[in-house]
Write a protein that binds this ligand. Structure first.
Ligand SMILES: O=C(O)C(=O)C[C@]1(C(=O)O)C=C[C@@H](O)C=C1
Length: 137
């Protein structure tokens, strides 16, 4: 593996020379929680993208549009409410969801493009399985 997990140095810091040892110890302790949270975020996002990939295939298979504005409006309203409850800035929650959704929509469009017989790669059917599903998407 090019980037083994052990390559991560939890003590990496540009502050090392400027901070008293007890302050550094506290900083490292809080950072260890931040590292756990960030790892969880990566796993959660990976699961979300696995789910949206399934939606992307379903939509492409049934010629449905990539975006669903009414669904998005409902999701945003709900997440803003949850954010307020959790003392998270609702504007940030909305921006974050929009950021993820716009990436999802690009993935949906790529899935749909890759299934199109007239796709620009010039090998319209070579990537399709017998069922017409692109296994790479
Ligand atoms: O639920 C869908 O229809 C999706 O495509 C997923 C999703 C999302 O990421 O939550 C993405 C795009 C749509 O506009 C709405 C929601």
């Amino acid at each position: 593996m090019t980037h083994p997990r052990s390559a991560f140095d939890p003590a990496a810091s540009s502050l090392a020379g400027d901070v008293a040892p007890d302050v550094m110890a506290e900083l490292l302790s809080v950072r260890s929680s931040i590292d756990n949270i960030d790892a969880t975020l990566v796993y959660l996002l990976a699961e979300r993208f696995k789910a949206t990939q399934r939606v992307g295939h379903l939509k492409a298979e049934h010629d449905l549009p990539a975006g669903d504005p009414q669904r998005e409006a409902a999701q945003i309203a709900r997440l803003r409410m949850l954010a307020e409850e959790a003392q998270l800035d609702p504007a940030f929650a909305e921006k974050f969801l929009n950021f993820i959704i716009s990436e999802v929509i690009q993935h949906h469009q790529a899935i749909s493009e890759s299934r199109r017989p007239s796709s620009a790669d010039g090998h319209p059917l070579s990537q399709d399985t017998a069922e017409g599903r692109d296994e790479r998407a």
